[in-house]
Ligand binder design. Structure first.
Ligand SMILES: NC(=O)c1ccc[n+]([C@@H]2O[C@H](COP(=O)([O-])OP(=O)(O)OC[C@H]3O[C@@H](n4cnc5c(N)ncnc54)[C@H](OP(=O)(O)O)[C@@H]3O)[C@@H](O)[C@H]2O)c1
Length: 280
C-alpha cells in the first residue's frame, strides 16, 4: 500500500453498529493499524456495554443510538446479531450519505435482503469473518455489490485486513460454504485440540502437558502448511515412515472416518447457513 492510500484510510470515520465480540476485535485491529481513536464510533443499546467500550477504547465515540453514530461516517459496519440487522438498517437508512459503504458481517443475511433495507445503489459489502480475528489471525471473505466503487471496496478491505487475511469472491452462493468452512471451522479445530489432548491423557500424559502439546501441534502444523506452500498430503507423507508410529495413527483416523466426518461437518454447516438465510 502506498503512503497516500494508507493515510486516506486513516482519515476515514468508521462506525460500528453493535459493540459485541466481533466489533471489539475489529476496532482493536483498526486502532492497531493506525486509525486514530477519534475516527472510530460505536453504537450499542446497553449502558454497561457502552461503559466497557469507553474503558477499553479511550477516545472513541460511543453512542446509544445507531442513527447518531452513523451520521457523517465513511463506513458503517453492521455488527449486530443477524436477527436485528434489518431493523438497524431501517433506522440508519434515512441518514446515510450516498458514498457511505455499509459492511455487514452478519451470518446468513444476503445482499438482496441488506439492499432492500438501504437506499438504492448504496455501496454495500457482505463479509464473513471468523473469531481468530480476536487475535489478528482471522480470515474474512468479502463480497461487494456491483454498485460498490473501488475506493469503498478498498476501505472495506482495509478494515478487515486489520484483523487478518482477506479473500474476495464474486458468487454469493459460495458464502454458505465459506460459513461452513472458515466461519464455523475454528470450532472444529477446538474439538480436535480437545480430543488430541484427551488422547495424550489416555496415553498417560498429565493434562496440562497434553493441552500444550495439542495446541502447539495444531499451530505448528498449520504454520508449516502455510509457509511451505506444500500440499497437506505431501507433508503427511513426509512424516509417515514405513511401519512407523504415524501410519498407525493415520490408519486409526481413516478407520474412524475422520476425513469424511470433517467434509460432512463443513457441508452440514453450509446447509444450515443456507437455511438461516432462507428463513429471513
Ligand atoms: N462471533 C463470530 O464467530 C462471528 C463470526 C462471523 C460473523 N459473525 C457475525 O457478527 C455479528 C456480531 O456477532 P458477535 O458475536 O459480535 O455478537 P455479540 O457479541 O452478541 O454482539 C452484538 C452486539 O450488538 C448489540 N446490539 C443488540 N441490538 C442492537 C441494536 N439494535 N443496535 C445496536 N447494537 C445492538 C448487542 O447488545 P446486547 O448484548 O445488549 O444485545 C451486542 O453488544 C453477527 O451478525 C454474527 O453473525 C460472528
Amino acid at each position: 500500500m502506498n503512503s497516500s492510500t494508507q493515510s486516506a484510510w486513516h482519515d476515514r470515520t468508521i462506525t460500528f453498529l453493535g459493540g459485541g465480540a466481533m466489533a471489539k476485535a475489529m476496532m482493536q485491529g483498526v486502532l492497531q493499524a493506525g486509525v486514530p481513536a477519534a475516527r472510530l464510533r460505536v453504537a450499542d443499546p446497553a449502558a454497561a456495554q457502552r461503559q466497557a467500550l469507553s474503558a477499553q477504547f479511550p477516545g472513541i465515540g460511543v453512542f446509544a443510538a445507531n442513527p447518531e453514530a452513523a451520521t457523517g461516517a465513511d463506513a458503517v459496519v453492521v455488527a449486530v446479531k443477524p436477527g436485528v440487522v434489518t431493523r438497524v438498517l431501517d433506522e440508519i437508512t434515512p441518514l446515510l450519505d450516498a458514498g457511505v459503504v455499509v459492511i455487514s458481517i452478519a451470518a446468513g443475511i444476503t445482499l438482496a435482503t441488506l439492499a432492500a433495507h438501504l437506499p438504492a445503489n448504496q455501496p454495500l459489502v457482505r463479509v464473513m469473518p471468523n473469531t481468530p480475528a480476536l487475535v489478528g489471525a482471522g480470515i474474512s471473505v468479502l463480497l461487494p455489490t456491483p454498485q460498490t466503487l473501488e475506493p469503498q471496496r478498498l476501505l472495506a478491505r482495509q478494515i478487515l485486513e486489520a484483523v487478518g487475511l482477506v479473500e474476495e469472491i464474486e458468487q454469493e452462493a459460495w458464502m454458505d460454504g465459506v460459513t461452513g468452512l472458515s466461519g464455523s471451522g475454528p470450532a472444529y479445530v477446538y474439538l480436535m485440540a480437545e480430543a488430541l489432548s484427551d488422547g495424550g491423557v489416555a496415553s498417560g500424559l498429565p493434562r496440562p502437558l497434553a493441552d500444550r502439546l495439542a495446541i502447539r501441534t495444531l499451530l505448528g502444523a498449520a504454520k508449516l502448511l502455510e509457509e511451505s506452500g506444500l500440499h497437506p498430503g505431501v507433508l503427511k507423507n513426509q512424516v509417515t515412515s514405513p511401519g512407523g508410529t504415524t501410519i498407525a495413527g493415520l490408519e486409526a483416523l481413516e478407520k474412524a472416518g475422520v476425513r469424511g466426518a470433517l467434509m460432512a461437518a463443513v457441508q452440514a454447516a453450509a446447509r444450515r447457513s443456507h437455511e438461516l438465510g432462507m428463513a429471513r
